[in-house]
Design a protein around this ligand. Structure first.
Ligand SMILES: O=C(CO)[C@H](O)[C@H](O)COP(=O)(O)O
Length: 262
């Protein structure tokens, strides 16, 4: 199976594998959404099955919940957990301050709630997600369906008044119909190119009627584990900078890849 994986998938895998070392027996763990987070869930599932790791997982989407159950992780709701020891999730971009753009998979709302309810957020990413300035990746904004075009116009007009560059947005589609989030909302993808003041933008967006949440994660992430296609990983801590560099073997096991073998 490993021969079919691209360097980017290997990078995602080693980041996830290294981040799984943050998980300790008995923890309540937020489980992110996306292809990198899926590797993490598979790695944790293997640790549960093979090593007897006991954790309770709080998924950030219905698809992560399904995968977690499939690989043997006990799934509970955030309200049952109340507070989490750790959340591990992917990201679309991260900058030098470990601020993020998330929501490429459309799960930003639950992801932000879960990460904010955690003692620590660890982001797992391939090296291509590192940026000097956030904004090349279109910023996802979750909006309620009622009056979404009015909300879109308000977002764009407000950004014009703030002299923000770029600022055109499109409704995310799922084929011929709008993409619907787990909370029943729509997503606007806002093309900005480069975000000057991400903190201010995040606050302004969330004040608009109709906007539920935006994909800027400011001061939420504590650690980024960045993977390379050759198996190298770098662990960056928000306070201490790079704290570890390792090289992981890409280990192929039937268990780990069982859900990819179809
Ligand atoms: O924010 C997310 C989902 O809402 C994902 O973490 C983000 O899109 C990265 O996904 P991937 O690991 O597949 O590149």
């Amino acid at each position: 199976m490993s021969g079919e994986l691209s360097p980017i998938d290997k990078a995602k895998f080693v980041a996830a594998k290294r981040a799984a070392e943050f998980v300790e027996d008995g923890m309540r763990v937020g489980l992110g959404t996306g292809s990198t987070a899926a590797w993490l869930v598979r790695c944790l599932g293997e640790m549960v099955r093979e090593d007897g790791l006991r954790i309770k997982g709080v998924p950030t989407s219905t698809r992560t919940a399904q995968l977690a159950r499939d690989v043997g992780i006990e799934v509970i709701s955030l309200d049952e957990a109340k507070w989490l020891d750790l959340t591990i999730d992917g990201a679309d971009e991260f900058d030098v301050d470990l601020n993020l753009i998330k929501g490429g998979g459309g799960a930003l709302l639950q992801e932000k709630i879960v990460a904010t309810a955690s003692d620590q957020m660890v982001v797992i990413a391939d090296v291509g997600k590192e940026v000097q300035h956030l904004g090349a990746f279109p910023l996802p904004i979750e909006v309620i369906p009622f009056g979404w075009q009015t909300t879109q116009a308000l977002v764009e007009e407000t950004l014009i008044s703030m002299d923000v560059l770029g600022r055109s947005s499109t409704l995310r589609m799922n084929g011929e119909v709008p993409f619907i989030t787990d909370e029943g909302n729509y997503i606007l993808d806002l093309r900005l190119g480069r975000i000057g003041n991400a903190r201010q933008l995040a606050l302004v967006l969330n004040q608009m009627p109709g906007v539920v949440e935006n994909g800027l994660f400011i001061d939420i992430c504590d650690v980024v584990v960045m993977g390379y296609g050759d198996g190298r990983v770098e662990v960056r801590d928000i306070n201490e900078g790079t704290v570890a560099t390792d090289k992981l073997e890409f280990v192929e096991t039937d268990n780990l890849f069982s859900d990819l073998n179809d």
